[in-house]
Design a binder for this molecule. Structure first.
Ligand code: C2E
Ligand code: MG
Ligand code: MG
Length: 525
């Protein structure tokens, strides 16, 4: 697989192509579409439920209002002499003056004759058949009737009668009465109709034919019925009033979805997987033989780390080692490599006794005192393994003069402890000869780029020749890396190189295959 295609952390970058952004937006759009559709369906039921509760509460409001008015009227009636004297008229007028809704109050006798009114004082006219019939029908002797007032307007009359059917009534203008309930219907865009007995008091219908649903409500105490019709506009209005909840819910789900998605992506990211691989000890070692071409014989090997991840496949150390350095887990990895090498030696002491194993040590670690302390402890704990180990360090121009000084001190200290040190990839760094002169390396490893250019470029041949010459002067051994052909082996032999590492002899091998190879060599095959 192409490791370079793997993301280290989040997949979102500022240069992310439009199509990727679309792939993030699409689920959000789908979430909003689903939430809006489901809430629109739910809105049908919610609007009905709201209309019902508004209908019941409207009837209750009217009943309460009428109950209160009736008890006020009966209270007033109790304090009146029934002779319609000036005082009585005065009281009736005072009530009308104080009442926000009643426009006229009258007293009527047991025969239904009105004999005293707030407007006219003494008077005489009858309350009408319908009213008397209605009063008689009502157990509480309190009722309302819709009829024409003396000024020929439609008016609501509320009657509060005594047992002998005499009593008091008040005129309520329908608009003032309905004001108690209709503003809420208007607000909700409900069509509605209010009936008193069979007479329609108010009928508001803009789109009667479009009414999807209608609900009837009936007062138990008064002859009032209310009909609410739900139209498309009623549903839209209710939906609009609750749209913020829908947006909030959809946003919350979208945020949750993105959070889960990002969490999963992070889990799938290389950095996360690498940390898990370290914790689960998924990293293993391959061993690539190093051959002494004079004998010819395997004299050692380089331990090269391998990571085979179930999600990402096999990942090259050239990818995950720099990543490990960046996310600062390289020290943990190197500890594991030391442990794996130690286990390998302990399991196969007879095979490796005259061999050496080189371990790559990231140069960022060499400056760290904590890592040097780890190596001190290791040297103390494994004095028998120590002589077999070679630490490979690459040259680097990233070090500041102060860091270079630390590197020099630490490498000297490690040598004193008994570690052998090799300079890896010699010739590829920028520090050139300066670095190699300053540090007493045991071995230099000529990088494979030089081997690839052998005989194709005479300049390279002379560079290799001078590298070998320098190594001899400084009493360092030379290993040539990346040797793939017989010709390269012979050319290197001609140049005086004795130790070869490369695919020509063997690719890096899993531990068990390397053991087979060493066993075969030992047994003389
Ligand atoms: P390196 O230390 O220079 O290791 C040699 C690399 O060259 C290895 O690559 C090896 O497989 C490859 N190689 C050997 N012979 C040939 C050949 O004939 N032809 C070709 N084309 N390649 C050859 P690998 O295993 O992929 O490792 C790459 C680099 O990763 C290593 O370069 C080393 O710098 C780093 N690395 C590997 N294991 C570790 C480790 O345990 N710790 C640290 N810090 N770095 C490691
Ligand atoms: Mg190496
Ligand atoms: Mg190398």
């Amino acid at each position: 697989m192409d490791n370079t295609a793997l993301s280290e952390t989040s997949p979102i970058s500022s240069r992310q192509p439009f199509i990727d952004r679309l792939s993030i937006l699409t689920p959000v759009i789908i979430i909003f579409a689903i939430v809006f559709t489901l809430s629109a369906i739910k809105n049908i039921y919610d609007t009905s439920a709201h209309a019902k509760s508004l209908g019941y509460s409207a009837i209750a409001t009217l009943e309460d209002y009428l109950d209160n008015t009736a008890s006020e009227l009966s209270e007033l009636n109790r304090h009146i002499s029934k002779t319609c004297n000036v005082e009585d008229t005065q009281r009736l007028r005072q009530y009308v003056f104080q009442s926000p809704k009643a426009k006229e109050v009258s007293l009527f006798d047991a025969k239904g004759q009105v004999y005293c009114s707030s407007n006219e004082g003494k008077t005489s006219f009858d309350v009408g058949e319908a009213a008397l019939k209605q009063i008689k029908k009502t157990q509480t002797l309190t009722t309302i009737v819709l009829s024409e007032s003396r000024s020929h307007d439609t008016a609501i009359f509320i009657y509060s009668a005594n047992k002998d059917l005499s009593g008091i009534n008040a005129l309520l203008p329908p608009n003032l009465f309905l004001e108690l309930i209709t503003p809420q219907f208007e607000l909700q865009h409900y069509d509605y109709q209010v009936n008193i007995l069979q007479h329609s008091l108010e009928h508001k219908s803009g789109s009667e034919n479009q009414a999807y649903r209608s609900y009837d409500f009936k007062s138990e105490r008064y002859p009032i019925t209310l009909t609410i019709n739900l139209t498309p506009q009623s549903y839209f209005t209710h939906y609009g009033q609750h749209i913020w909840r829908v947006i909030l819910l959809a946003s919350a789900i979208a945020v949750l979805y993105q959070a889960i998605r990002n969490y999963k992506l992070t889990r799938n990211s290389l950095a996360f997987s690498l940390k898990e691989a370290i914790n689960n000890q998924e990293l293993v070692l391959n061993f690539q033989p190093i051959v002494d071409i004079h004998q010819p014989k395997i004299v050692g090997s380089e331990a090269l780390i391998r990571w085979n991840n179930p999600d990402h496949g096999s990942i090259s150390p050239t990818i995950f080692i720099p990543l490990a350095e960046r996310i600062q887990v390289i020290e943990q990895i190197t500890h594991q490599v030391f442990q794996l090498v130690t286990d390998f030696v302990n399991l196969n002491p007879h095979l490796v006794q005259s061999q050496y194993i080189s371990i790559n040590v990231s140069r960022t670690l060499i400056t760290k005192s904590k890592f040097v302390e780890f190596l001190e402890r290791y040297a103390k704990r494994h004095p028998d393994i120590l002589p077999l180990l070679l630490l490979e360090i690459t040259e680097d121009n990233d070090f500041s003069p102060k860091e270079l000084e630390t590197v020099r001190t630490n490498l000297g200290h490690l040598k004193q402890l008994g570690f052998k040190i090799a300079m890896d990839d010699f010739g590829t760094g920028y520090s050139g000869l300066n670095f190699i002169h300053q540090h007493a390396f045991d071995i230099i490893k000529i990088d494979q780029v030089f081997i690839k250019g052998l005989s194709q470029n005479s300049a390279i041949d002379s560079v290799i020749t001078s590298m070998i010459k320098l190594a001899k002067q400084l009493k360092m051994r030379v290993i040539a890396e990346g040797v793939e052909t017989h010709e390269q082996v012979e050319q290197l032999r001609g140049l005086g190189v004795r130790y070869i590492q490369g695919f020509y002899y063997s690719e890096p091998l899993p531990a068990e295959d390397y053991i087979l190879k060493l066993t075969a060599q030992m047994e003389g095959y």
